[in-house]
Structure formats: C-alpha cells, structure tokens
Ligand binder design. Structure first.
Ligand SMILES: [Zn+2]
Length: 55
C-alpha cells in the first residue's frame, strides 16, 4: 500500500463567495475578487439615551 503523505504547508482558505480554494495570504479572492478578510464589524455607538425616569 502506498501511503501518500500530503504535507500541507500552505494554508488554503475557502472563498466565502465562490467557495474556491484561495491562498490564505491573499486578501482578495483571485477568482471572484471577494474580500477574504472578515468584514470589519463596527461597534455600534451606545445609544446615549438614558431613560431618566420619564414615567
Ligand atoms: Zn471567490
């Protein structure tokens, strides 16, 4: 039996858009041009509306 030892040194990431394997180091997918980096989640500013006992 031949044992194939696949040594994956490269980190392949999957494009979330086209689902193709894309080099993890790339920031954009070379196939569809989608951004490989996770979308930056902007923190929502806290609603500065203190409910001051308005009953
Ligand atoms: Zn893609």
């Amino acid at each position: 039996m031949a044992t194939y030892t696949i040594s994956r040194e490269r980190t392949m990431a999957k494009c979330i858009s086209c689902r193709k394997e894309v080099d993890d180091q790339l920031e954009e997918c070379p196939h569809c041009g989608a951004s490989m980096t996770e979308p930056i989640v902007q923190e929502k500013p806290h609603c500065g509306t203190p409910s001051t006992g308005s009953k």
